[in-house]
Design a protein. Structure first.
Length: 127
């Protein structure tokens, strides 16, 4: 729901460049937060959906504002190439994140004593 809300807000609001640069760092902070939650279980009920909604808002906002800034800030001659390049880079970023997430998941499995990870956690060794 957060992604839907933030992507539709692109028609009404465009983030300034400094905010666009800040949002990926906030996403990294979200990764650290949710990793800590998954390993320590300090927050373990349905209210965890509130920060999940925030994650969706942030992810959708980065996506829509990135493409909107390209569309607004670049000259017409380079705009189409830049949008195409950003689309390809977006896809490569997703593939990279999915690959890294396999290792993060295996570390979470190890921290929670769950068997069946597809890869070995690169830190902490075997249980």
């Amino acid at each position: 729901a957060g992604v839907f809300v933030s992507r539709t807000s692109g028609a009404f609001f465009t983030a300034p460049m400094w905010v666009l640069w800040l949002m990926p760092f906030l996403q990294c902070a979200n990764l650290i937060f949710f990793y800590a939650v998954a390993t320590t279980h300090f927050w373990y009920n349905y209210t965890l959906l509130i920060p999940c909604f925030y994650v969706g808002l942030l992810g959708g906002a980065v996506y829509v504002n990135g493409f909107t800034r390209i569309n607004l800030d670049l000259p017409v001659e380079t705009r189409e190439f830049a949008l195409s390049s950003a689309s390809v880079a977006d896809t490569f970023g997703i593939v990279f994140a999915d690959s890294v997430s396999l290792f993060i998941q295996s570390c979470l499995y190890q921290a929670n004593s769950i068997d069946g990870a597809a890869v070995q956690c690169p830190v902490g060794g075997k249980r």
